[in-house]
Design a binder for this molecule. Structure first.
Ligand SMILES: NC(=O)c1ccc[n+]([C@@H]2O[C@H](COP(=O)([O-])OP(=O)(O)OC[C@H]3O[C@@H](n4cnc5c(N)ncnc54)[C@H](OP(=O)(O)O)[C@@H]3O)[C@@H](O)[C@H]2O)c1
Length: 256
């Protein structure tokens, strides 16, 4: 039997590319996002490959629990959980609608945490395959510094990184891989959704293909943190070297 990868946010961008990569590597797929039409199109592209699509809104309260139950009702088990769904919002914290920011936290933080909790036991109980099992969480280089004008988004990604690194330690010796992908600016729908198309963030982007490939290979190699692109690696190092007050100012400049 082949292991199954559940990929959230599979309808576009990095998640769409992950879907192709995990399919090519032999994983059966469960693909989740809100856009049923895009998920159907992706399923068609993947031809005969075993793909189950589940249109689902992860911003709803207990979205993770409902999704877990749906997958159990289908008699399926998950060996790789790719927590990729997420979005940002650009603007002054007190001027952005609270409801939108709550939804962002629901998707970026709560759904990611709850899905990991629900599926980790299944992953633990599943046999070892010749391809890895575990969790691949998508954070961002935003995880490394506070980000004025995208304050909640940056904080949400700092949570994802911290949470994932703690799990790496807890799960040592279990055969379960936990990797965190920290992309920098990537050419996807992210900026349109975040209303950040006017910012300096969009000046230099990587392709979602390159970012997903780095994340996939990092996961397969059991890497703890994957930062695609040398400029993003330099940026991550800079956040360790320079004072946080300075990196916060730089992030403010870039996000404006
Ligand atoms: N692009 C960047 O510059 C960048 C940089 C660092 C990190 N990231 C992270 O990379 C991940 C993927 O983003 P992307 O760049 O590929 O952007 P994207 O093209 O906008 O993709 C976001 C995905 O998340 C899904 N999603 C959003 N809200 C959802 C909800 N409420 N319920 C279920 N699914 C939802 C979207 O599907 P539907 O709209 O169909 O629901 C879509 O498939 C995110 O976690 C993002 O924070 C992106």
């Amino acid at each position: 039997m082949k292991p199954t990868a559940l990929i959230t946010g599979a309808s576009s961008g990095i998640g769409y590319e992950f879907s192709h990569l995990f399919a090519k590597a032999g994983y059966n797929l469960i693909l989740v996002a809100r856009s049923e039409d895009k998920l159907n199109q992706l399923k068609e592209e993947l031809g005969e490959h075993p793909v189950t699509i589940i249109p689902h809104d992860l911003a709803e309260p207990d979205a993770a629990g409902v999704l877990y139950d749906k997958i159990k009702d289908l008699g399926m088990r998950v060996e790789v959980l790719v927590n990729n769904a997420g979005f940002g919002l650009n603007g002054q914290f007190d001027e952005l609608p609270l409801l939108d920011q709550q939804k962002m936290l629901q998707v970026n933080v709560n759904a990611l945490t709850e899905l990991t909790h629900y599926f980790l036991q299944d992953i633990k109980d599943s046999p070892l395959y010749d391809i890895p099992k575990g969790v691949l969480n998508v954070a961002s280089t935003a995880a490394f510094t506070p980000g004025p004008k995208m304050a909640v988004y940056y904080a949400s990604k700092a949570y994802v990184l911290s949470f994932s690194e703690a799990l790496v330690e807890e799960l040592k010796g279990t055969g379960i891989t936990v990797s965190t992908l920290c992309p920098g600016a990537t050419d996807t729908n992210f900026f349109k959704t975040a209303k950040a198309e006017h910012t300096k963030l969009v000046k230099s982007t990587m392709t979602p293909e390159a970012v997903a490939k780095a994340g996939f290979l990092g996961f397969v190699k059991g890497k703890r943190i994957v930062i695609p692109g040398s400029a993003n690696v330099s940026m991550a190092i800079a956040t360790k070297v320079f004072p946080r007050s300075l990196t916060t100012k730089v992030a403010h400049y870039i996000d404006s």
